[in-house]
Design a protein around this ligand. Structure first.
Ligand SMILES: [Zn+2]
Length: 95
């Protein structure tokens, strides 16, 4: 199995209340972060990476772009009236 994680808001930007960070990190260990402003944050990609690695997924890649910082991507935090992104998952029967 190979996983490619798509772009997401980064842990340096994704500010959340401390209680929310603790709740999410309890369900998705490794996702707690601190924002660049020094406030509680979430790094959902880091949490997903840890979860996938713990499940034995050896090939994990990803798009490192932050949706809040990259103007070419949609971001609800930057512009709540922006568009949406979609992910695609498939099984390649030739593998
Ligand atoms: Zn960011």
């Amino acid at each position: 199995m190979e996983v490619l994680l798509g772009p997401a808001i980064c842990g340096g930007c994704y500010e959340v209340p401390a209680a929310m960070r603790a709740e999410v990190d309890a369900q998705l260990p490794g996702s707690a972060s601190r924002t660049r402003r020094g406030t509680p944050g979430l790094d959902v990609r880091a949490g997903l990476y840890h979860q996938l690695a713990d499940l034995g997924v050896a090939r994990i890649g990803g798009d490192p772009r932050c949706t809040l910082e990259s103007r070419d991507l949609y971001s609800h935090r930057r512009d709540p009236r922006s568009g949406r992104q979609a992910g695609i998952i498939w099984i390649d029967p030739r593998r």
